[in-house]
Design a protein around this ligand. Structure first.
Ligand code: NAD
Ligand code: TYD
Length: 339
C-alpha cells in the first residue's frame, strides 16, 4: 500500500507515521507537510532514511503539489490543519485557508486520482459544548455546533468530506476524536504546555475556574483507532473516538504536579478563553462495537509516560520555545491578562 499522510510532521501525524511503519513496514508513506510552526522534521528522524518514506514540503491547498504527491497513492490520511483553538481566536484566517480550502483541494485531487480511501482526521470540537452536569455525550449523530473558529473550520471540512462521498462517490471515512496527548505535541496545548512550563520553572496558566472537562486520549490509541477505521471501517461512515475518562483541567494539572513532585503554588488562574466550551465527552460505542477498538492506555499511566517523555526530551521542546513562541505567549497569556 502507498499512503499519502498530510501534516505528518505535526504531533499526531508523526506519531501515526511511526505507528504505521511499526505495523506495516512494507508500506510506502509520502508525507506532505507545509512545515508551519507546528511541523517539525525532528519528530521523524528515525524514519528519514527509510527507503519507504518520502517527505514533500508543500501546502495542501497547492493543487500542483498535491497532484504530484498523489501519484500512485492508495490511501490519503488527512492530518494537515491549523489545530490550536487559542491561535484561531487570535487569527482565524489561516484556519479557513488550510482546514477548509486545503481540504477541498485535497478532495478534488483525490477524486481525480481515484484513491481507494480518503480518511479525514477530525475533532469532537465540531459538536460544540456539553453542560457540566449533563449525562450527555457526543455520538456520531450529534448535531454540529462549533463554537471557535478552529472548530468551525474543522466542521466545514467534515461537511466537505461527506459531500464528496455523496456527490463524487469518493470513498471516505472520518474520525472525530477527543483531545490527544503524548510525545511530540507542540508545547501550546494544555498538557504539553503545563509539562514544559513546569520543567522550565514557570507556572501553569489555568483558564477561568479550571473546571472545564475534556476526555484525554493517548495519541497511540488514536493512531490504532485510525488504523482500524482505514482497514475495517465502512466507507462513508464517521467514528467517534474517546476513552470515557472525563476529567477537569485542574485535575489534569494536579496530576502533572504530582508526577513532577511539585506543589500547587505552580498553578496560576488567568483570564478565561472567549467562547470556552465547558465540556467535551465522547460515546465511543460505535467504534468499540463495530471495529473492536479498545484503548490500550489508561489516562494516568499514559500521562506518566508523557510527562516523563518531556522530562527526558528537553532538547526537543526547548528549541520550539523560541522568539516566535515567546511572541505568541506574550499575546496569549501576558497582554490578554492586562486588558
Ligand atoms: P499539529 O498542529 O501538531 O500539526 C499539524 C501539521 O499540519 C503540522 O505539521 C503543520 O506543519 C501541517 N500543516 C498545517 N497547515 C498545512 C498545510 N496548509 N499544508 C500542509 N501541511 C500543513 O496538529 P495535531 O495536533 O497533530 O492534529 C492533527 C489533526 O488531528 C488535525 O486535523 C486536528 O484537527 C486533528 N485533531 C487533533 C486533536 C488534538 O488533540 N491535537 C484532537 C482531535 C483531532
Ligand atoms: P487545549 O489543549 O487548547 O485543547 P482544546 O481547547 O482543543 O480542548 O485546551 C484544553 C483545555 O485546557 C481547555 O479547556 C482550555 C484549557 N487550557 C488552560 O486552562 N490553559 C492553557 O494554557 C491551555 C493551553 C488550555
Amino acid at each position: 500500500m502507498k499512503l499519502l499522510v498530510t501534516g505528518g510532521a505535526g504531533f499526531i501525524g508523526s506519531n501515526f507515521i511511526h505507528y504505521w511503519f511499526r505495523n506495516y513496514p512494507k508500506d510506502h508513506i509520502i508525507n506532505l507537510d507545509k512545515l508551519t510552526y507546528a511541523g517539525n522534521l525532528e519528530n521523524l528522524k528515525e524514519v528519514e532514511n527509510n527507503q519507504n518514506y518520502t517527505f514533500i514540503k508543500g501546502d495542501i491547498s497547492d493543487m500542483n503539489i498535491v497532484k504530484k504527491a498523489l501519484e500512485g497513492i492508495d490511501i490519503v490520511v488527512n492530518f494537515a490543519a491549523e489545530s490550536h483553538v487559542d491561535r484561531s481566536i487570535l487569527n482565524p484566517a489561516p484556519f479557513v485557508l488550510t482546514n477548509v480550502v486545503g481540504t477541498q483541494v485535497l478532495l478534488d485531487a483525490s477524486v481525480e486520482a481515484k484513491v481507494k480511501r480518503f480518511h479525514h482526521v477530525s475533532t469532537d470540537e465540531v459538536y460544540g459544548a456539553l453542560e457540566l452536569e449533563s449525562p450527555k455525550k457526543f455520538t456520531e449523530e450529534t448535531m454540529y455546533s462549533p463554537k471557535s473558529p478552529y472548530a468551525a473550520s474543522k466542521a466545514a471540512s467534515d461537511h466537505l468530506v461527506r459531500a464528496y462521498f455523496h456527490t463524487y462517490h469518493l470513498p471516505i471515512t472520518i474520525t472525530n476524536s477527543s483531545n490527544n496527548f503524548g510525545p511530540y505535541q507542540f508545547p501550546e496545548k494544555l498538557i504539553s504546555l503545563a509539562a514544559t512550563n513546569l520543567l522550565e520553572g514557570k507556572k501553569v496558566p489555568v483558564y477561568g475556574d479550571g473546571l472545564y472537562v475534556r476526555d484525554w486520549l493517548y495519541v497511540e490509541d488514536h493512531c490504532a483507532a485510525i488504523d482500524l477505521v482505514i482497514t475495517k471501517g465502512k466507507i462513508g461512515e464517521t467514528y467517534c473516538i474517546g476513552i470515557d475518562n472525563d476529567i477537569s483541567n485542574i485535575q489534569v494539572i494536579k496530576k502533572i504536579l504530582e508526577i513532577l513532585e511539585m506543589k500547587e503554588d505552580k498553578i496560576e488562574y488567568v483570564k478565561d478563553r472567549p467562547g470556552h466550551d465547558r465540556r467535551y465527552a465522547i460515546d465511543a460505542t460505535k467504534i468499540k462495537k463495530e471495529l473492536r477498538w479498545k484503548p490500550k492506555f489508561d489516562f494516568v499511566t499514559a500521562l506518566h509516560k508523557t510527562v516523563t517523555w518531556y522530562k527526558e526530551n528537553k532538547d526537543w521542546w526547548q528549541k520550539l520555545r523560541d522568539k516566535n513562541f515567546e511572541n505568541y505567549y506574550q499575546k496569549q497569556y501576558i497582554l490578554r491578562n492586562e486588558t
